[in-house]
Design a protein around this ligand. Structure first.
Ligand code: ZN
Length: 169
């Protein structure tokens, strides 16, 4: 955390975080059209969005095609550097161990996520990879931004997809 931040700066950050997370939620919504689990992510530098993505695991037949992993790849291409200095990653669901690894590897200084993932979350819930002092990079992590909306889009998706249970089973 940046202790030197004034209350006005913090308010500006929080306002931007919510605005960017709303955009990430729109990206998550787009994933549904592809039959994908709705997770959206974007990488921003200040006010400018440098990469946006949503989960494409089914479409690409790729276990690594998580929204934030793709956003990190696209951000590197867009900025011409694998080091995503000065960037913030926004993602609607807490990153998994693979994506937390990508966060550390890309040196992203700040991560903001929406819903916590008690089954796979690797920024707070199960592991704290992005803030582990033993690794060579640590990100500032802020969770719980629009957590209810980010969680609800997933809950609704799984409720609609799950066929009603058959009595014979
Ligand atoms: Zn992941």
């Amino acid at each position: 955390m940046r202790a030197e931040q004034s209350p006005a700066d913090r308010f500006a950050d929080e306002e931007r975080d919510e605005r960017m997370m709303r955009r990430a939620l729109e990206l998550a919504q787009q994933a549904i059209d592809f039959g994908e689990v709705p997770v959206g992510a974007l990488v921003a530098r200040g006010e400018s969005i440098v990469a946006q993505a949503f989960n494409l695991r089914e479409t690409l037949h790729d276990a690594t095609a998580h929204a934030e992993r793709i956003a990190i790849t696209l951000a590197g291409r867009s900025l011409g550097s694998w080091r995503l200095e000065g960037c913030t990653l926004y993602v609607t669901l807490e990153p998994c161990p693979m994506c937390a690894g990508a966060i550390v590897a890309s040196r992203i200084p700040r991560v903001v996520y929406g819903a916590a993932d008690p089954k796979a979350g690797a920024c707070d819930s199960l592991f704290q990879l992005a803030t582990d002092p033993r690794l060579n990079h640590r990100a500032e992590v802020r969770g719980g931004v629009l957590a209810r909306e980010c969680g609800e889009i997933l809950t609704r998706f799984f409720q609609q997809r799950r066929p009603s249970p058959r009595i014979s089973e």
